[in-house]
Design a protein around this ligand. Structure first.
Ligand code: PLP
Length: 389
């Protein structure tokens, strides 16, 4: 394999053999490093001719003679939303609609990459903790690979999301507590059964799949970058992945724009990154008693805290927390304004754009890209809208 792994914290290098996890020296996440010449051998026209997120395979952990485990993830629309923008006075606002992925959330990207590599590395069964959508994607991609997956999820996860895990054949285990508690149970099950743990940032390849969010935005903008990005942050791989994408594209000479200002949005009910940002800290303390309707944001102690805070600082971005009521209201409003099925996490991005504008932190000029990370229907039942049958 022509890439290697590097610790995001202590910088130690490792070969990518077998089933890599975190840095054996310091337990921090490992990142994939590619030789720049690999990117330079491909031209941008070739990327245009291919389809889905694996069109960027020159930036992904896949050898030329390998095929990915795929359901056609990626190639989601980047949509101008002029009606929403003018109703809220938000300028040149665009939405990256990740609901268009298989399993209806951006988690498909990460799990396609992680399961592709884990199968090559010899995994025969999977396990993971989830706040919801990662469990659906893992169940679908494990099915695609013909392998079993056990999914540990909080009992309070939206019922429709839980039902999708079961629909795709995941072995669902419900626990009292949050994703951190599910993580402990998943690691214990991995140790007991030999199943490979796909937890965010506990293996280096999910983030490579999420990186394609950034590669895709750059291509969709004609190899330019937006002025600002607002991302609903849970474990943080979307944010870290996009940043990694832009750094790699610049190093390869595929784009010359400055980095976008990267902003993280969380719920006031679980905002470890926002609290650390406001305190000027380098790492985040775990959030006690986390709760939010945006289940993807209910991550009280993300492993990528240090890396995320560095990215927010280095790009001149920041972090804001918004209340659940505001994100829910704006999700409903934005859905009806534009015909895009906004999840609460997507509503949080809209709310954050308003809040950042109010604080004078949004760039006056240039494109603002916000994320609808998953589909709204995953968070409701027909009865929520229609009343009892
Ligand atoms: C997982 C998830 C998030 C959080 O993404 P991270 O990359 O883990 O920060 C946001 N929105 C939705 C819908 C999710 O499923």
């Amino acid at each position: 394999m022509d890439w290697h792994l590097e610790c995001s914290d202590c910088g130690t290098n490792y070969p990518p053999d077998g089933l890599p996890t975190v840095c054996p020296a310091c337990n921090r996440p490992l990142l994939v490093r590619y030789p720049i010449r690999t990117h330079q051998m491909t031209d941008r026209a070739e990327v245009r001719r291919r389809h889905g997120m694996w069109r960027y395979r020159t930036f992904l952990p896949l050898q030329l003679d390998e095929e990915p485990i795929t359901l056609g993830e990626g190639d989601t629309p980047l949509l101008a939303v002029p009606r929403l923008a003018s109703a809220l006075n938000l300028g040149d606002l665009w939405v990256k609609d990740e609901a268009a992925n298989p399993t209806s959330a951006f988690k498909a990207r990460g799990l396609s990459a992680a399961i592709t590599r884990a199968v090559r590395g010899g995994a025969t069964a999977f396990t993971l903790p989830t706040a919801g959508n990662a469990g659906v994607a893992a169940s679908a991609y494990a099915a695609r690979a013909g392998l079993p997956v056990r999914v540990f999820a909080p009992r309070t996860t939206p019922r429709t999301i839980l039902s999708q895990i079961v629909a795709f054949g995941g072995d669902l285990v419900l626990l009292d507590g949050h994703i951190g508690d599910c993580g402990k149970a998943s690691r214990a099950w991995a140790a007991e059964s030999g199943a490979f743990d796909l937890s965010t940032l506990r293996e280096p390849y999910r983030i490579e799949g999420k990186k394609t969010l950034g590669l895709e935005i750059a291509m969709q903008m004609g190899w330019q970058l937006p002025a600002a990005i607002i991302y609903p942050t849970g474990g943080g791989t979307g944010l870290i992945g996009m940043w990694k994408a832009f750094v790699e594209l610049k190093a390869a000479g595929w784009l010359t724009d400055e980095m976008p200002r990267m902003f993280s949005v969380q719920s006031t009910g679980c905002a470890p990154i926002v609290r650390a940002w406001e305190a000027g800290a380098e790492t985040a303390e775990p959030w006690a008693d986390p709760w939010t309707i945006a289940s993807g944001l209910r991550v009280p102690g993300p492993l990528g805290d240090k890396l995320m805070l560095r990215i927010l600082r280095e790009t001149g971005g920041g972090a804001v927390a918004v209340p659940d009521e505001t994100m829910a209201e704006l999700a409903t409003f934005a859905t009806r304004q534009e015909g895009i099925d906004f999840s609460p996490e997507g509503g949080a991005s809209v709310a954050a754009a308003l809040e950042l504008k109010r604080q004078g932190l949004l760039p006056e000029e240039g494109r603002i890209v916000i994320f609808n990370t998953g589909a709204g229907w995953l968070y409701r039942t027909p009865e929520d809208l229609l009343g009892p049958a």
